[in-house]
Write a protein that binds this ligand. Structure first.
Ligand code: DX5
Ligand code: ZN
Length: 223
């Protein structure tokens, strides 16, 4: 599997989100990243399973639900039912992580575990054995359009070596502040699923911007 580009649709304009999503898919988006925020775990509120269902009915690319919510177990079945085929939960607020990862897997979705910028990489050492992917946050979750935290590169290296040792099949996803300027670097450092919000949706031509980022990914993979 090549490196995947995952537009974060939270950053889109919800007046015309369907058209914008279509443009990202025509530009080569591999997967859609759907941010779920509850105003408790993170200081912002977004959308739930109903809106995800409206989108999943109309697209053929997978949808990756990033759950930034308290008590994720309660809502996971609804998100999978709505069409999320990847679901990730934060290590910081999921006390029974092993159970939660298998809840996601037993529903037939890929299970991911997410790390906030100040959470030690070692916090996912055990979960890595069971997860299909680890999502490294390169901003503090809650908003799109924030600046990439530079230290995330060191953390990406550390995560990559832990992953290589514990479970080489587990994918590494990165989320927050990825743009044209740093996408090549994160791919070269081993990120395999690249979430981009404002770096796509603030462009005048969303399709062309998606295509450009895909080309940058290909150039980074080729080296
Ligand atoms: C932040 C979200 C991200 C965000 C990415 O809490 O998890 O997915 O929307 O947006 P950018 O790429 O603008 O940082
Ligand atoms: Zn996200």
């Amino acid at each position: 599997m090549g490196v995947l580009l995952a537009p974060s649709i939270l950053a889109g304009d919800w007046w015309c989100i369907g058209d914008q999503i279509r443009q990202t898919i025509e530009g080569g988006a591999d997967i859609l990243h759907y941010d779920v925020m509850d105003g408790h775990f993170v200081p912002n509120i977004t959308a739930g399973p109903e809106i995800l269902a409206d989108i999943s009915k109309r697209v053929s690319v997978p949808i990756d639900a990033h759950l930034m919510i308290e008590n994720p177990d309660k809502y996971i079945p609804a998100f999978v039912e709505a069409g999320a085929s990847w679901v990730s939960v934060h290590v910081e607020n999921t006390p029974h992580l092993h159970r939660t990862l298998y809840l996601i897997k037993d529903l037939g979705a890929k299970a991911g575990v997410v790390l906030n910028p100040a959470t030690p990489i070692s916090a996912v050492e055990e979960a890595l054995r069971h997860a299909d992917y680890v999502l490294l946050m390169s901003v503090n979750p809650g908003f799109s359009g924030q600046k990439f935290i530079g230290d995330s590169i060191r953390r990406l290296r550390e995560l990559r070596s832990l992953r290589d040792r514990i479970n080489p099949d587990c994918l590494i996803e990165i989320d927050g502040g990825i743009k044209e300027e740093n996408i090549v670097q994160v791919v070269k450092e081993g990120a395999q699923v690249i979430v981009v919000g404002s770096g796509i949706f603030s462009a005048e031509d969303i399709k062309a911007q998606t295509r450009k980022l895909k080309d940058l990914i290909s150039s980074a993979v080729a080296v």
